[in-house]
Design a binder for this molecule. Structure first.
Ligand code: AMP
Length: 309
């Protein structure tokens, strides 16, 4: 069996309004988008999370059918996590209208024994207290990456800073990097993060792609040029799923593999935004992803003219 990839994150019911339509209580959440994307490229993807009594379990069964291991998902009495948001007309920004933690407020994850051997760990967007609790239970991870959101930056800043000391990669979007660091310049913000523990910072920039920032270098991947974008929700988690699944499936953490992982992430992010909710990812195959990765290569390929004699 190849090295396991484990994710902890929200398993949510999302109500999202975009200029193209609305969803109400649609299955989503960071762990769901991450595992739907990651499972296209790698098995097993192990999920840790909690759902309430009201969660449509069929949505999770669909993930299971695609090779996602749900042994770490608990069902508790009470309401599922709910998130409500509205996007701007150009989809470049969104406003969170409501976050209801529901059963996540009481959840204390206890990993099934087989999950403790996971080598690749993604601490998806959720309370940093739960992220730390999961990190403590994994014996010997080869790579730990972590995401967060403005909600936690404001409400649990100290714990988040504690978490930064124990992870390899922080993966956040540009506005989160700015809020966390208090610096508007995105490169300075990335270095502010590097100074607090992580070896690498990944900054997701929506339609402008993503940056991989190392203390001595920066790599940029563009966003795939799509003429139809329906719902950006989950793009960041799908990006993380593609990024981590590529690394877990190759076992290669060299600088060039990390750059390739950025392109896999961007490819999965692009599939996620082409449909509402998580369904867009359900029909994507590994061959589709590879074809899109090749298209990225063409997108950024150019020759430098020979030096004048
Ligand atoms: P993204 O578009 O990649 O930032 O992810 C959006 C997903 O994150 C949605 O499916 C939400 O359910 C989930 N989400 C939103 N706010 C939070 C939060 N405060 N904690 C955990 N998950 C959240």
């Amino acid at each position: 069996m190849s090295a396991a990839l484990l994710v902890v994150g929200s398993i949510a019911l999302d109500s999202v309004a975009t200029p193209f339509g609305n969803t109400a209580d649609a299955p989503g959440g960071s762990a769901v988008f991450f595992s739907a994307a990651g499972a296209i490229l790698h098995a097993p993807v192990q999920v840790v999370g909690v759902v309430g009594a009201d969660y449509p379990l069929d949505a999770l069964k669909a993930l299971e059918a695609r090779g996602v291991d749900l042994a770490g998902v608990e069902q508790m009495p009470g309401e599922s996590f709910r998130w409500k948001a509205k996007y701007s007309y150009d989809l470049s920004s969104r406003e969170t209208l409501e976050t209801r933690l529901g059963v996540f407020a009481q959840f204390r994850p206890k990993l099934p024994p087989k999950f403790r051997d996971a080598r690749y760990l993604f601490l998806g967007n959720i309370d940093p207290e739960l992220q730390l609790c999961v990190l403590d239970q994994v014996k010997d991870p080869a790579l730990v990456a972590c995401d967060t959101m403005n909600y936690w930056i404001h409400s649990k800043r100290d714990l988040l800073l504690e978490l930064l000391r124990h992870i390899d990669i922080l993966m956040v979007n540009d506005s989160e990097a700015r809020e966390l660091s208090g610096d508007w310049n995105i490169y300075r913000a990335a270095h502010w993060i590097l100074a607090r523990g992580p070896k690498l910072t990944v900054i997701k920039q929506g339609e402008h792609g993503a940056l991989l920032v190392h203390p001595d270098s920066v790599f940029k991947v563009p966003a795939y040029p799509l003429q139809e974008v329906f719902d950006p929700t989950g793009a960041g988690d799908a990006f993380a799923g593609g990024f981590m699944a590529h690394l877990a499936s190759t076992g290669d953490l060299s600088p060039s593999s990390l750059r390739r992982a950025m392109v896999y992430g961007a490819a999965l992010g692009s599939f996620a935004v082409e449909a509402f909710g998580v369904q867009g990812l359900a029909v994507v195959t590994a061959a589709d992803v590879r074809a899109r990765v090749r298209a990225f290569k063409e997108l950024v390929r150019f020759e430098v003219e020979a030096d004048p004699p």
